[in-house]
Write a new protein. Structure first.
Ligand SMILES: NC(=O)c1ccc[n+]([C@@H]2O[C@H](COP(=O)([O-])OP(=O)(O)OC[C@H]3O[C@@H](n4cnc5c(N)ncnc54)[C@H](OP(=O)(O)O)[C@@H]3O)[C@@H](O)[C@H]2O)c1
Length: 484
């Protein structure tokens, strides 16, 4: 066993009956860690639990007045009370906030550890450490699940937490510091006002469909990406997308490469499957490349759907699909209903969370589907273009029934909108592009557009729109006038 520096608390791992670090965990040689030549490491805090946390780089004060013409002393005065990293932290995270944040996790912590009287509650210092780790994970674009990895192997080459607390305590605390999730949110709102903050964030980035599930407002489309599919999906998710659209249609989609990407996102980037919204489609024989039909075209229609769905699950390496969409209506309503009924079975079995339909431009047929279905359509995915009158009637029906309208061809079909004086004015008012303006206006109308951009800069811009505030009712009206 490697020699431990005094910074690591002796005996802490066993003190609370928590686990000993296992042999495969690397030890960290803190004595040899240096920030730079004029930094030394100084332990600064000893919590009541006996844990020592925080290695504060102590920099000797340098006084260099040779070029000091703009009054560094004035600036120093402003910050004279700040002598440590902790003081600086307290400037933007005062103690009272930390105490409030800790109320709920400590309630949960106490309940979970009720049988062990000796387990101490989470301290403010530990909370600060976790916030630091969350910030680090955020900076590195990682999900909160990555925290465990950061504990063991930090990108800074020093597994920060491992040096400071046992794995058991780390895991114990992290399980209570889940700030929120959709299941517990309503319950938490009763006792924890911070739960509401996450509700607001969720509303910005996702919608709740009529099936009661969260669907991202902006979904990453994977058509025509061929062998680039896997890398682009990974890039999209690391940039911030949380929804992906594909189809069991090898002619246009590489569903199996989406599956590879989804698997890598889970295993290598610790993005939870529950945080990945997967939408795929059943494409009937008419829409398939005759040489690459992913099911037996001679089977009856219901079996074709079953085989296609089984292939989708296999391709996407998952046991459930968030959203299953009919790529188009069948030639007759009765046939559409044969397909729909099979999809309803998948819902009943818990293998699909919601259903939708695509390329349906006839309001009456949508109404028929609505009336005849047991599981109502949650989404319609259509080309958003002038030739269909921008689906005005269909969109009205969708609003009534809380069906979400997913637009495609959004940018490609609408250069006239993008070049209009209204869009140019709105883009300059937001310091953005006309493409971003169109995505935001559609969201303001309640649509959930798809984007299949292959460009990282565009991915960021498209996602950035989620953080824009809505356009004013008057601006939205002016946009709607352009759709007439
Ligand atoms: N159900 C169906 O029948 C059907 C049909 C078509 C599509 N879809 C789905 O919809 C997805 C999206 O397809 P789409 O037809 O809307 O086209 P798209 O693949 O999103 O491409 C639109 C064009 O917009 C550009 N673009 C994207 N963001 C931009 C930005 N911020 N600024 C400037 N240019 C930007 C892209 O160029 P860059 O790549 O250079 O950014 C691309 O040339 C597909 O991947 C698929 O999942 C479904």
């Amino acid at each position: 066993m490697a020699h431990r520096s005094p910074l690591v608390v002796a005996g802490l791992e066993t003190r609370d009956g928590e686990s000993q670090t296992s042999d495969d965990d690397d030890e960290i040689d803190l004595e040899n860690l240096k920030l730079n030549d004029n930094s030394t490491w100084k332990s600064s805090y000893s919590s009541s639990s006996g844990m020592i946390w925080s290695s504060i780089p102590h920099r000797p004060t340098k006084i260099d007045s040779s070029n000091d013409t703009i009054g560094k002393t004035d600036l120093t005065n402003i910050t004279e009370d700040i002598s440590s990293v902790e003081d600086a932290f307290m400037c933007f995270m005062p103690k009272i906030i930390l105490e409030k944040i800790l109320i709920y996790p400590n309630l949960e912590f106490t309940q979970k550890n009720a049988s062990n009287e000796r387990t101490e509650k989470i301290t403010i210092m530990e909370l600060k450490a976790f916030i630091g780790l969350l910030l680090l994970a955020g900076l590195l674009g990682k999900s909160k699940k990555d925290l465990k990895c950061l504990w063991r192997r930090s990108p800074l080459k020093s597994p920060i937490f491992k040096a400071t607390m046992s794995r058991g305590r780390f895991q114990n605390i992290i399980s209570c510091l889940r700030f929120d999730d959709t299941k517990t949110r309503e319950e938490r709102k009763q006792t924890d006002k911070f739960a509401r903050l996450n509700v607001s964030r969720h509303k910005m980035v996702s919608v709740t469909t009529n099936a009661g599930i969260q669907m991202p407002r902006l979904i990453y489309g994977t058509a025509w990406k061929k062998e680039r599919t896997k890398d682009l999906v990974i890039k999209a998710f690391l940039t911030g997308f949380r929804g992906v659209d594909t189809a069991c249609q090898p002619k246009h989609y590489q569903e199996e490469l989406v599956g590879e990407a989804v698997s890598i996102l889970q295993s290598q980037y610790n993005i939870d499957r529950r945080d990945i919204f997967i939408q795929t489609k059943f494409t009937s024989v008419d829409g398939q490349d005759p040489n690459r039909i992913p099911y037996d075209p001679k089977a009856n229609l219901a079996d074709q759907v079953r085989q296609s769905f089984a292939r989708s699950l296999q391709n996407l390496r998952t046991d459930y699909i968030d959203s299953l969409v009919l790529h188009g209506p069948e030639r007759t309503h009765d046939k559409t209903m044969i397909v729909w009924r099979v999809c309803e079975e998948f819902c009943a079995e818990g293998k699909v969370k919601q259903l939708g339909i695509s390329n349906l431009y006839d309001l009456q047929r949508l109404q028929q589907l609505w009336n005849d279905s047991k599981v109502k359509p949650s989404v319609i995915q259509n080309r958003f273009y002038a030739d269909s009158g921008y689906d005005d009637g269909i969109r009205r029906f969708c609003r009534e029934k809380n069906i979400f309208y997913q637009s495609f061809w959004t940018l490609t079909a609408n250069p006239h909108l993008l070049n209009s004086s209204l869009f140019k004015k709105l883009a300059s008012s937001r310091n953005g592009t006309t493409e971003q303006v169109l995505f935001r206006l559609l969201m303001d109308l309640g649509l959930t557009p798809l984007t299949g951009t292959t460009n990282e800069q565009h991915m960021k811009q498209d996602l950035d729109v989620l953080n824009w505030k809505s356009f004013s009712p008057d601006e939205v009206k002016q946009f709607e006038a352009l759709l007439k």
